[in-house]
Design a protein around this ligand. Structure first.
Ligand code: TXA
Ligand code: MG
Length: 323
């Protein structure tokens, strides 16, 4: 795959039916035009992802929501207005535009408007090329199925380069700001249901909609499989006290923890973020670094489980779950 920093080049590749890995504020996505079944089939092949796992359609703007959904509740519009463009995905009842090859045959579709400036340029360029203001870019995270999501262009090349062609591109937009995948909210019921925690918190969803936000959705989401986001190394969650008791470990053990936690003798410090937001931003690079160093184990002291901390604990727990 070719690397470019030009969003027009990425849009042209998409328009021609090729794949384009694209930066968003959360993680990099592996994009294809959402009206092209052959291009979409290549996303599944490139990721090694089962065909019944639905994709997120990335839209140019909030107006396109009505072209993709039907019977959209007021609270979904409230969320879109409050957080788009941004790190939020809404699952709504699908319109005929959301084909089976996007939704995995489900009656709902996941849609998102990203705020990354390069992604926005790609979306706008594709609208101009196709003449379709609601054209979607279907994009899952640009990693092999079940693995850690990429947060920079080099991660994408390392992970997917061998499975792509010279016509596919990766648009280099530097490091992703958020670092973990978007919050997903199921908007098919009478109140919002959280499917995947992210930078938009459950507390924010409640505050904006004035409704309860529960976690009892019956909708399937692969990012909610028990084992996901997994490096090769074994991930173990430990508390700060357990870390203090550890004292010593051998050099095949890595540590992810906030900066104030000291590194036990012998342990490889993978990152030392100052805040929970920095923790999220550095988490996936740290997990990749552990594999690059061929560490056997990654110890992770999670931050408190509020705000984006909930998303970090969620991803670490799934990374820690073996098979
Ligand atoms: O931040 C993100 O959301 C990134 C960037 C690239 O947008 N995308 C991403 O896509 O994480 P992916 O495919 O790796 O994860 C999307 C999740 C999957 O777990 C999928 O099952 C779920 O969204 N999903 C998609 N459509 C759905 C639907 N109709 N109902 C329920 N879940 C859905
Ligand atoms: Mg993913």
């Amino acid at each position: 795959m070719r690397v470019t920093t030009n969003p027009q080049e990425a849009a042209a590749a998409l328009a021609a039916g090729h794949l384009a890995a694209l930066p968003t504020e959360t993680v990099y996505g592996l994009g294809a035009r959402a009206d092209d079944p052959h291009a979409i089939a290549r996303i599944y092949a490139t990721k090694g992802r089962p065909a019944d796992h639905p994709l997120i359609a990335h839209l140019a703007d909030i107006q396109a929501l009505d072209a993709w959904g039907i019977n959209i509740p007021i609270y979904a519009y409230q969320l879109a207005k409050a957080f788009w463009p941004g790190p939020l995905t809404l699952v709504v009842n699908r319109s005929p535009r959301a084909a089976d090859f996007i939704t995995g045959g489900q009656d709902s579709v996941a849609v998102r408007v990203s705020g990354h400036p390069l992604m926005r340029e790609v979306q706008q360029a594709l609208v101009l090329i196709t003449g379709d203001p609601a054209i979607g870019i279907a994009a899952p995270s640009a990693n092999r199925f079940g693995k850690v999501s990429p947060t920079n262009a080099q991660h994408v090349i390392d992970e997917l380069g061998a499975f792509t062609t010279e016509n596919d591109v990766v648009l280099d937009g530097g490091d992703c700001e958020v670092g973990v995948e978007s919050t997903i909210v199921d908007c098919t019921g009478d109140h919002p249901r959280l499917l995947r925690p992210g930078a938009v918190s459950l507390e924010q969803v409640k505050a904006i909609t004035g409704l309860p936000c529960t976690t009892d959705s019956k909708v399937r989401a692969s990012g909610t499989l028990e084992s996901h986001y997994s490096p090769v190394a074994n991930v173990e969650l430990i508390t700060e006290d357990e870390l203090l008791d550890l004292g010593f470990a051998d050099a095949t053990v890595g540590l992810i923890a906030l900066a104030h936690c000291a590194t036990p003798t012998g342990v490889v410090r993978l990152c030392a973020p100052e805040t929970a937001a920095d923790y999220a931003q550095q988490l996936y690079s740290a997990l990749r670094e552990a594999d690059a160093l061929q560490l056997s184990t990654v110890l992770a002291v999670p931050p408190t489980q509020t705000g984006i901390g909930a998303a970090i604990v969620d991803r670490l727990t799934r990374a820690a779950h073996s098979n």
